[in-house]
Design a protein around this ligand. Structure first.
Ligand SMILES: [Ca+2]
Ligand SMILES: [Ca+2]
Length: 143
């Protein structure tokens, strides 16, 4: 997850924008899965063919790593789910805190955070229960 964050940062520095992927359009407010055009862009499908990210390949069921889901590149966590990502698309330097989205079940042991996270990107794993809405077992880049 850390490598993914670094790769996105380098992409942003190189092109002064995020990868061109329609699935990211709402990622300021709603988590996007780390898959598809976003992954391909980080793997080298970008204007200067730069490889920003070089993850290990994984077979489905033998995560973590890069898998092909019906021909689509996806980055899986150790429990076989795609990682999730929030990106600052509107340039205000923050993203919605996904722990506070409708349907989220907060971690009772974690200090509640505000409605927004003051960062350009935030990634998380759904954890061993493979449910992104249950935060007690989710693994995040901001905690
Ligand atoms: Ca924002
Ligand atoms: Ca979970």
């Amino acid at each position: 997850m850390r490598d993914l964050q670094v790769a996105l940062g380098h992409y942003r520095t190189e092109y002064n924008t995020w990868p061109d992927d329609p699935a990211l359009a709402t990622s300021d407010d709603v988590p996007a899965k780390v898959r598809g055009p976003l992954m391909d862009a980080l793997l080298g499908n970008n204007p200067r063919s730069i490889m920003f990210f070089n993850p290990t390949n994984a077979e489905p069921g033998h995560s973590p790593g890069l898998v092909k889901e019906a021909g689509v590149s996806a980055m899986h966590d150790v429990w076989g789910s795609s990682y999730f990502l929030m990106l600052d698309m509107n340039g205000d330097g923050q993203v919605k805190n996904p722990e506070r989205l409708p349907g989220a079940v907060p971690n009772p042991r974690a200090k509640p955070l505000g409605e927004f996270l003051p960062m350009l990107k935030a990634a998380f794993s759904a954890g061993p229960d493979r449910d992104p809405n249950t935060w007690a077992d989710n693994i995040t880049t901001w905690r």
